[in-house]
Ligand binder design. Structure first.
Ligand SMILES: [Zn+2]
Length: 362
């Protein structure tokens, strides 16, 4: 049994009612969980399962226990946003979970949902690499990584300092609990839903694209957009075959732009990285970058048929191979290609072994 260390989180007070809690995680840039301290105490996202101890410590520093959190609102069900929430009920049963109205129905079993992601990693590596040996080596590596994650999540684990009547300062005190397999929601949120936490008033925007069930809660009395992974410092991951769609992503960004026009002082608080200080500019840069990547692909395809590895090297350089973002980059390029295919500009040939080549249409 491993024990987890509860690293202290960084806390930033944004306003009287809004706090930002920064939690480290193994996959990507640290997660920003937002605490709404109002008549209703609400967290926006919960972070990755292994940072639940850090989150509990941060709350404790602010004079709150886990049980005093009334609501966790999920922007979307990706690992680093929801898995601490799946373990949360073991320590604080009364906390309600809110999220997109079809999320719980569509994801009845979270570890199964993770298996689908693992399978997709094998699929895209098979699609990208013509050489069977090259493929297998990479698939094996990716599977090992997934197996480690699933073990961590599905098995009972030691979480120091987050127990019921725990003295968090006693880091040796350990509580062994198991997470929920199911995503259970107490409130199903949809476009236009409004609610108040006391002083603050929220309205829900459905913002799919990065993820089918992505919502952006807007605080409309003072003007805040909790943009989740929709608008972060760069283009977020988009997995076309799983839960992403580039056209919807672009539409959701334009939707955010509209909201900002209605409320020009609206501040943008993302789930990774710092506050986005120039939201219009940030949105335009993301949309422009997508256009540049698209044009790059089309230009490369003028040379003839290409596979994902060829296109990857020309888009991002060969150095990205072996890096942490390799799979994500492959998936983003695939999302771009599928969009071009839906527009009738690119065609593809899928071979019986799963390898795929892309070509320009006419
Ligand atoms: Zn995400």
């Amino acid at each position: 049994m491993r024990s987890l260390t509860a690293k202290p989180a960084e806390i930033l007070q944004v306003t009287d009612q809004i706090y930002r809690i920064t939690l480290s995680q193994p996959f990507y840039a640290p997660n920003q969980v937002y605490l709404i301290r109002d008549e209703t105490t609400m967290l926006i996202d919960s972070g990755y399962v292994e940072s639940i101890g850090s989150l509990a410590l941060a709350l404790k520093q602010l004079g709150l226990s886990m049980r005093e959190v009334d609501v966790i609102l999920y922007t979307h069900p990706h690992i680093d946003h929801i898995t601490a929430g799946l373990l949360w009920g073991t320590y604080a049963r009364r906390t309600q979970k809110w999220g997109h109205h079809t999320m719980a129905r569509d994801i009845p079993d979270y570890p199964d949902f993770i298996d689908v992601w693992q399978a997709d990693t094998s699929r895209i590596l098979t699609l990208a690499f013509r050489d069977k040996q090259a493929r297998q080596t990479r698939i094996r590596k990716a599977n090992d990584r997934w197996a480690r994650f699933v073990r961590r999540f599905a098995e009972a684990q030691d979480v120091p300092g987050v127990g019921r009547d725990t003295d968090v300062s006693s880091a040796t005190q350990k509580v062994t609990k198991q997470g929920d397999r199911a995503v259970k929601l107490d409130r199903l949120l949809k476009e236009g839903d409004e609610f108040s936490t006391g002083k603050l008033r929220f309205r829900i925007l459905e913002t799919p694209g990065h993820n089918t069930w992505h919502i952006t809660p807007l605080e409309v009395s003072q003007g805040f957009a909790f943009t989740g992974d929709l608008l972060i410092g760069n283009i977020p991951a988009i997995y076309d075959k799983l839960d992403g769609n580039l056209e919807l992503f672009q539409q959701s960004l334009l939707k955010l732009l509209e909201e900002r026009k209605q409320m020009p002082a609206m501040r943008f608080l993302p789930a990774h990285g710092d506050e986005i200080l120039q939201p219009e500019r940030a949105i335009k840069i993301v949309l422009k970058t997508i256009g540049i990547l698209e044009n790059g692909l089309l230009k490369k395809l003028v040379e003839g048929r290409k596979d994902l590895v060829d296109l990857m090297e020309s888009a991002f350089g060969a150095h990205i191979e072996g890096g942490n973002h390799f799979i994500t980059a492959l998936e983003l390029l695939e999302a771009l290609l599928r969009k071009l295919m839906r527009e009738g500009r690119v065609g593809s040939q899928l071979y019986p072994d799963g390898y795929e080549e892309f070509y320009l249409k006419h």
